[in-house]
Structures are given as C-alpha cells and as structure tokens.
Ligand binder design. Structure first.
Ligand SMILES: Cc1ncc(COP(=O)(O)O)c(C=O)c1O
Length: 488
C-alpha cells in the first residue's frame, strides 16, 4: 500500500497542557488517533522538528513521544524516509460505532441473573449484620507479629506455598477445633481459604454440576445460594422451624444430594439445629449418597449452655464439609477461613484452589498461626464473646417493650445478630425506612428468602439486627433514635 503523505496528518485538536508532562500527553493523543483510525496505517508522521513547530513544543518532546509509540509498535521508522503509522490488526482497534461484544456464556448469564448484593462497607454502624466487635481487635499485637515475620522471613516460605494453606496454621486450626468443638481431624483434611465465602464457593465449584438440585435453608444465607446458583445449581429452599432445617421437607426434595446449612446458629433466624435433626441429616446423607456443607460462621459466640457437637464431629461416613472463618472473630477484611474436608476430598479442593490463586498470601497465615500459638487467639475469643454478650444485653435492655406490628425480641443464646418477626411486609418496610432515615441500619428478613415462597409474603416479614458492631453507648443512642423515628 502506498504511503499516505504527512500532509494528511491533522494535528488540530491536540491540546497540550504545559503544566503536565508534554511528551506523555502527545504520545497519548497520537496513540488514541492511531487506535480509533483517525491516523490510518501507513500515514507518514511529520518530521519531529515540523511537528514541534506546529504544536509549539520542543523537538525533544516530540522525539520522546515518537520513541514511546515506536517501542509499543504503533509507529515504524523507515530509514531515510521518516516515521509511519503501523498497520494495526483490526482487533487492536476499539469498535467504531456500534460496540458489539461476544454473546455472554451461560456462566456469565448465571452471575448476571443473581442480582448480588454486596455487604455494606465503611465504618460499622448500629445494627450492621455480620460484623463483630472489631474495635476490640489487638492491632498492636498483630502489628508486632507481622513486623517480626517480615523483618526476616524464612526463604522457605517465600516461594509458591502449599495451596492447602500454611502447614503450621493448619495444625493449629486442627488443634483448636479438637479442643473447642470436639471435632477431631487431621491437618491434611484442612484447606485454608479466603474466608467462609470462598470455602462455600469452592464447595459449589466442586460438588455441583449444572442442573443439580441443592437444598438450602429458607430463609437463609443468600450469598451461599448465589454461589451454588452461579455453579448452575437449582436451589430448593427448605423451611426452618424451632429445631432448625426441617428434615421431613428435605426428605421430599427429589434428586438432591447436597444440602447447605448453618446448624449452630441458623442464619438469619438464630435457631439451633436440634440433636435429633443433626442425626436425621447424617442419615439423609447416607441414604442419598449426599454431602452436607456445615457453615459454622459464628460458632465461637455462644452465651448459654454447652454447644451441640458439630455435624462434622458426628459424621462417621465422611459426608460433612465443615466451613469455619476467622473473619467473625478478628474482622471481615482479614479474609481468612478454612474448610475441614473428608480425607478423600481435601487434595482435590487444594488442587482446585491452586488453579484459582496458587496459595493464600503468606503473611496473614503465618501471623494468624503465631497469634494462635501465642495464646492471643483464645484470649481474643473470650474478649469478643464477652463484648458481644454485653452489646446484646444493651440492645435487649434498651429495646422498646411494645412496637406496633412487631413481635417481642427473642432470647438470644448465640451469634452476633437477632431476628424479630413483623406482622406484614408493609410494616417491615415502614420500620426499616424510618430507621434508615435516622441513620440506623436494619436488614429486612424478607430479603433472606428464596423467591419461590413469594406466596407467603407477610410471613416473610421481620427485622434482622446485628448487635455486636458498635459499643453499648452507640446501641443505646441508636435505640433512642428508633423510638423517636417509630413514634412519629
Ligand atoms: C452464614 C454466613 N456464612 C458465611 C459468611 C461469610 O463469612 P466470611 O466473611 O468469612 O466470608 C457470612 C458472613 O456474613 C455468613 O453470615
């Protein structure tokens, strides 16, 4: 193709701001014109002196811009003949007028269909759900342990690590679960994850084939449902009563081999799965050759009575996948959790995780291991449990005895949140909107249900309040604001 003369080069519209790097701006302006086709392939660029004169900049500036374009392949130098715009492949240019993108895959469409809600970020407020008293975290101790590790990290720990997680941390988690939950497992069964959510997502990736039925609590933890649905599962909501997930209904779900649940403190209703139901569930898994995912997201928070043994501790058949997290004891941004897996699954989960991220960042794992080994973790659990109990008491104490359309607060023996029923969806909306208007955050119970129960609309209504996020004085103040807002 014959060269296009530099006369065709139009530099009107190139505005350079003398307060910023001129060469960079010129490079960007030329690159943009080459990419969008205003400067066609084979166009001869003006000589650097000429372009410098036309733009009122130094020749050096033009030279540096050309050098960058040359280095990136946007222009070519022809010996004795000047600088030419390179012929770019069509794919290098952005689409001209009508952007068209490839048809979305089924996986993309499944994610799009979920309408995910990301948890609120920013400083905690009353009554944010899912957030512990992280104002009490011993950051100085953590910083000291971090500094100690990074000052002289062992070279053995700086290469690619074990995708199952740091060995020392897995040993300590195994010992912790043995002592605190009566859950006996080998460290080889543990896979460290980025929080409980990644643990659930791994289960979804590896145990679900598109079209499979997965039973979930209804109401329940929607982000778990989303993870299964994103893997192609068909969700089957199983109701929850005073004993937890209703195993008689589960039994009627046809062709289902996987159930996800929160036995120690059902999310969001707060009930505990009874021992009888635990045993029934294990029998169900055996009969159906199924799996149980036990999410023990806030198991450290129990205020009265002895906790029931986790399903994983009762499991004799290797059918329970146990999910734990450090994010509800430390702080959510830590992103550290774990799975305890049936022995035959553990290496496969670690391999799958290696495909996602090779291995977790080493510093956090090592420091958590040191934090546990030094006794700080156990101390912190006691501190957090005490704080959550006292924040719970502050809420129970301040809460109005009578709120029209709203049931009395339940007894709260565990966890970081409580759930109270409301007469109707209309009333739920009213109460939550009035609370939001005075800066108090309350979740709608109706948001935790699967859509399939839309017919029971008013029975879905309620308020979900996290009581651990802020100290007692802020709780009392929030309730004072609510009293006013709800009286108007
Ligand atoms: C029931 C339940 N499971 C899992 C998680 C996720 O926890 P993590 O922050 O460890 O991913 C949450 C968070 O709120 C939760 O409520």
């Amino acid at each position: 193709m014959p060269a296009l003369p530099s006369l065709l080069f139009d530099c009107s519209g190139i505005q350079l701001d003398p307060a910023r790097g001129l060469a960079r701006q010129l490079y960007q302006a030329l690159r943009e014109r080459i990419l969008d086709g205003r400067l066609a392939g084979n166009t001869r660029l003006p000589a650097s002196r000429e372009l410098a004169d036309r733009l009122g900049v130094s020749r050096n500036t033009v030279g540096r811009a050309f050098d960058q374009l040359y280095a990136e392949g946007f222009v070519q130098a022809r010996v004795g003949d000047g600088t030419y715009v390179a012929e770019l492949a069509a794919s290098a240019r952005p689409p001209a007028l009508q952007p068209s993108s490839p048809a979305p895959s089924a996986a993309l469409q499944r994610v799009q269909a979920q309408q995910l809600r990301v948890p609120p970020s920013g400083a905690p407020r009353a009554f944010r759900v899912g957030v512990p008293a992280f104002d009490l975290f011993p950051f100085e101790t953590w910083a000291r342990l971090q500094a100690r590790f990074w000052r002289k990290p062992s070279p053995a720990r700086l290469g690619y690590g074990d995708p199952a997680g740091d060995g020392q941390l897995r040993e300590l988690v195994a010992a912790y679960l043995r002592n605190s939950r009566g859950l006996h497992c080998d460290p080889a069964q543990i896979v460290i994850t980025c929080g409980a959510q990644q643990a659930i997502s791994l289960c979804a990736q590896l145990l679900v084939d598109p079209g499979d039925r997965v039973a979930v609590e209804n109401p329940g933890y929607r982000a778990a449902g989303h993870a299964f649905a994103a893997a192609g599962a068909q969700l089957c909501g199983v109701p929850v009563d005073a004993d937890g997930l209703d195993t008689r209904v589960l039994e009627q779900v046809q062709d289902c081999r996987l159930v996800y649940l929160t036995p120690s403190h059902q999310y969001p209703t707060g009930v505990t799965l009874s021992l009888a139901r635990r045993l029934e569930l294990l029998e169900w898994a055996e009969r159906h050759d199924g799996w149980i995912i036990e999410d023990d997201y806030d198991g450290e928070y129990r205020y009265n009575g002895t906790p029931l043994a986790p399903l994983a501790a009762l499991d004799r058949q290797g059918r329970v996948l146990y999910v734990g997290t450090f994010c509800k004891i430390a702080f959510p941004a830590l992103r550290l959790g774990y799975l305890v897996l049936p022995a035959k699954l553990a290496p496969l989960f670690a391999q799958r995780r290696a495909l996602d991220m090779r291995n977790s960042e080493i510093g956090t794992q090592v420091v958590m291991a040191e934090f546990i080994a030094g006794g700080h973790f156990q101390r912190h659990i006691r501190r957090m449990r005490g704080a959550a109990r006292s924040r719970r008491d502050a809420l129970l104490h301040a809460w109005p005895a009578q709120i029209p359309g709203c049931a009395a607060l339940p007894a709260v023996d565990a966890g970081l949140h409580l759930c109270v029923r409301v007469d109707s969806l209309r009333r739920e909306t009213e109460l939550i909107a009035a609370a939001a208007a005075v800066g108090v955050e309350i979740n709608a119970l109706s948001g935790y249900w699967l859509d399939e129960t839309a017919g029971l609309a008013d029975q879905r209504a309620g308020l979900v309040l996290g009581f651990a996020a802020v100290p007692e004085a802020q709780i009392a103040e929030a309730v004072r604001l609510l009293r006013q807002a709800w009286a108007d």
